[in-house]
Write a protein of this length. Structure first.
Lengths: 108, 114
């Protein structure tokens, strides 16, 4: 069974700061998702990656398959980035396994 | 393109009752997965349907069931509700539901059992 660990659990940053959220998993995977959940509850898929690096606006996601580790970076953070960020992995045809999430608060 | 639509958004039920939640996937998507989110357990997989067939099932009691219709819309049902069933129920759709396929989530249905 895949275990997914995220760190930190909670993060408070000043507007403009560079933010890094980490995700480690225990078993080889086919793909990894980074998800964003706002207080209303809905979830938005930010990235799905199986190797290397992806960039979308101020968000960058990287994955190291050998080390079983992924990071989500937010450059020039803004209060609207405040949300819970969730890492989820998929291995073979098994369902998504989720981390507990990282609660980010960006203060103006 | 319309997103994933879940109805209702909020629901209050009494212990022992049953409830049915609905999920309409993105047009053309054939896979619908259901998840339960609670503060203590986080997000947990309930089941996945693909072309009207249950393809995967999580570790939940038989009180939790689901189905998918020919238009890919899915429903999940929880019978004999317990207080611990209070949670946010999310569904996600994807085109194939196979490996390396992006999933699109709905806004969720928040169920409160009193």
């Amino acid at each position: 069974k895949n275990e997914v660990e995220q760190s930190p659990q909670n993060l408070t940053a000043q507007e403009g700061e560079f933010i890094t959220i980490n995700c480690s998993y225990s078993v080889g995977i086919s793909a990894l998702h980074w998800l964003q959940q706002h207080p209303g509850g809905g979830i938005v898929s930010l990235f799905m990656l199986s190797s290397g690096k992806k960039k979308h606006g101020r968000l960058i996601a990287t994955i190291n398959i050998q080390e079983k580790h992924s990071s989500l970076h937010i450059t020039a953070s803004h209060p609207r980035d405040s949300a819970v960020y969730i890492c989820a992995v998929i291995a073979g045809n098994t369902p998504l396994v989720f981390g507990k999430g990282t609660r980010l608060s960006v203060i103006a | 393109k319309a997103g994933v639509t879940q109805t209702p958004r909020y629901l209050i039920k009494t212990r022992g009752q049953q409830v049915t939640l609905s999920c309409s996937p993105i047009s053309g998507h054939r896979s619908v997965s259901w998840y339960q989110q609670t503060p203590g357990q986080g997000l947990q997989f309930l089941f996945e349907y693909f072309s009207e067939t249950q393809r995967n099932k999580g570790n939940f009691p038989g009180r939790f069931s689901g189905r998918q219709f020919s238009n890919s819309r899915s429903e999940m049902n929880v019978s004999t509700l317990e207080l611990g069933d209070s949670a946010l129920y999310l569904c996600a759709s994807s085109g194939q539901g196979a490996v390396n396929t992006e999933a699109f989530f709905g806004q969720g249905t928040r169920l409160t059992v009193v």
